[in-house]
Design a binder for this molecule. Structure first.
Ligand code: FES
Length: 158
């Protein structure tokens, strides 16, 4: 089932909700300080949105490239980083950027993750980092450049 496949190299992204739902995510539209953009991978050949699996929900933000740690920088593109959007504590989607423009907050129970440092947990109750997803920019589109690095989903479902 191509809709439930994990992100594939070369996939683009489509917004998961909001006024741009199902539209492509362009690198230029993501600015430093924007809230995390939630998106699904899309097969560009068939335009299949890979929404058949909830753990395919990805969050995209643009960070200051000079702030990225060595574990993070190689899989970023122009400062844009991608992570699983599913909180590792109990599975809520992560939607809030913290004031430092590099970490995100899960509004369910307050876990914070550092997106410039490989998704590391800054504040619990989560105990496991977010899985990263390598990205590139091609023809202006944010694209998938590799497989998820790290475990997906909530700790309770592992
Ligand atoms: Fe995210 Fe609990 S589900 S902090």
């Amino acid at each position: 089932n191509p809709k439930a496949l994990r992100p594939q190299p070369g996939d683009r992204f489509a917004y998961l909700s909001g006024e741009n739902k199902d539209k492509p995510v362009m690198a230029a539209d993501i600015k430093i300080g924007d809230p995390p953009r939630l998106a699904y991978p899309v097969d560009p050949a068939t335009e299949t949105i890979r929404s058949g699996s909830r753990v395919n929900q990805v969050l995209l933000i643009r960070t200051d490239p000079s702030a990225l740690t060595p574990a993070t920088a190689p899989r970023a593109a122009e400062g844009i980083v991608a992570y699983s959007a599913i909180c590792t504590h109990n599975g809520c989607p992560i939607t809030l950027l913290d004031g430092d423009n590099r970490s995100v907050v899960c509004t369910c129970h307050g876990s914070r993750f550092d997106l410039a440092d490989n998704g590391a947990v800054l504040t619990g109750p989560a105990t496991r980092r977010l899985a990263g997803l390598p990205v590139a920019v091609a023809d202006g589109f944010v694209t998938v450049a590799g497989a998820f690095t790290g475990a997906l989903g909530a700790a309770t479902s592992q």
